[in-house]
Design a binder for this molecule. Structure first.
Ligand code: SF4
Length: 80
């Protein structure tokens, strides 16, 4: 099983709110701090999370993949 695990580069975030609009289960834009946060990394379907990642105009949401191994261990695949 493969899940999208989003991370936001808060220094690059322009605070547009698109991620929250597309996937409010996972992303929350906080006007008081000026950038969006990941509030529940596994709160939505991976395809929906991926859609929000790709829609970010600042390209500051990074979706890594976590490969679930047998026995419940998770290994982060950074692509390196
Ligand atoms: S879509 Fe990107 S730039 Fe816009 S609030 Fe979300 S993380 Fe920030």
């Amino acid at each position: 099983m493969t899940d999208q695990v989003p991370e936001i580069d808060d220094e690059a975030c322009i605070g547009c709110g698109v991620c929250e609009a597309l996937c409010p289960e996972v992303f929350s834009f906080n006007p008081s701090i000026g950038f969006a946060l990941v509030v529940n990394p596994e709160g939505a379907d991976p395809a929906k999370i991926s859609e929000a990642c790709q829609a970010c105009p600042a390209h500051c949401i990074h979706c890594s993949q976590v490969l679930e191994e047998e026995g419940g261990n998770a290994q982060k695949n950074t692509g390196n």
